[in-house]
Design a protein around this ligand. Structure first.
Ligand SMILES: Cc1cc2nc3c(=O)[nH]c(=O)nc-3n(C[C@H](O)[C@H](O)[C@H](O)COP(=O)(O)O)c2cc1C
Length: 307
């Protein structure tokens, strides 16, 4: 079986394979995003970029958790103007890079989108789901009306595909997704981190400088799978599954639940060259199961019924 079997077409977004570097895990430098593509990723998402430069929070911003980690980096980023300059370095290369953007309202999202829009990248991802920064992320992304205005605002200034990245920290997941899809989102990414609050036994205090953080890694995979499954039940748009993928088996779980591709974050911190391993595993799984292309697998769990 050849690598063409795992090529992905998600609307107008085409990827050579279904493994994508998730947003933000390696900081805001564009070079790490491009490096992921060299290490075999079919796509890569940038750190979330906002309208103005932000320093992020003081250390500690990361603590280990059982089967994962909790982070509260505070969305450090160079701001839209500086990042647009950085994007000039990949101009003309037509790389499968998704630019993640955030803002406090539709005006801020539009401003960031307009600033970077002319650059050469494949799609936008809207961060509607960061759980630990006041005034942005989930504070926008849990409100279907806000989500609708944000998606419309970005669609108005760009013809590039727009993926709305959703939060699991709400019981309105489907409502929020409906608002995004109705407003013209071309795809959904599920999920961002789960709201968490680690405590240090020795100091007796909160373990992160911000207190509140976001849980990522293996611990959140069943939650992410639930979200993807629920979304696929209701929507036909492409879905990128994200949360706790570190092996090809995990990736296959997401495809079966309805994701057309998987984003990988935390696992790339210990092994950056993970994309190839996962792709090779997926190809041999398809071969073993006699499935001709990855596309046939997407959403298959919905057609199988109960255990
Ligand atoms: C250190 C760190 C920084 C992150 N920064 C962002 C970010 O800037 N924007 C975003 O949408 N998600 C961000 N995320 C969330 C990841 O993109 C991903 O949704 C989440 O970690 C779940 O995937 P994983 O379990 O494979 O890490 C970050 C996660 C981590 C661990």
């Amino acid at each position: 079986m050849s690598v063409e079997a795992i090529a992905v077409k998600m609307g107008d977004l085409q990827l050579a394979n279904p493994t994508v570097l998730a947003s933000g895990v390696h900081g805001s430098s564009l070079s790490k995003v491009v490096e992921a593509l060299r290490y075999g990723a079919g796509g890569a998402v940038t750190k979330s970029i906002g309208p103005l430069p932000r320093d992020g929070y003081a250390e500690p911003t990361l603590v280990e958790a059982d089967s994962g980690m909790v982070n509260a980096a505070g969305l450090p980023n160079p701001g839209a103007d500086r990042f647009a300059e950085e994007l000039a370095s990949i101009q003309g290369k037509h790389l499968p890079v998704l630019v993640s953007i955030f803002g406090g309202d539709e005006k801020e999202f539009r401003r960031v989108a307009e600033t970077v829009e002319k650059r050469d990248f494949a799609a936008f991802e809207l961060n509607l789901s960061c759980p630990h920064v006041k005034g942005v992320g989930t504070e926008v992304g849990h409100d279907p009306e806000e989500v609708s205005s944000v998606v419309k605002a970005v669609k108005r200034v760009s013809k590039k595909p727009v993926f709305a990245k959703l939060s699991p920290n709400t019981d309105r997941l489907v409502e929020v997704a409906q608002a995004a899809v109705d407003a013209g989102a071309d795809g959904l990414t599920a999920i961002n981190t789960i709201s968490a609050f680690p405590i240090d036994v020795e100091t007796g205090r909160q373990a992160l400088s911000n207190g509140l953080g976001g849980l990522s890694g293996g611990a959140i995979r069943p939650v992410a799978l639930r979200c993807v499954y629920q979304l696929r039940e209701r929507f036909d748009v492409p879905i990128m599954g994200c949360g706790g993928v570190s092996t090809w088996e995990h990736a296959v779980q997401f495809f079966l639940a309805g994701a057309g591709a998987v984003q990988i974050g935390t696992a790339t911190m210990t092994k950056f060259a993970i994309f190839n391993d996962i792709n090779v595993g997926v190809i041999s799984y398809l071969d073993r199961k006699g499935v001709k292309s990855l596309e046939e697998l997407v959403g298959a769990a919905h057609r199988m019924g109960g255990a």
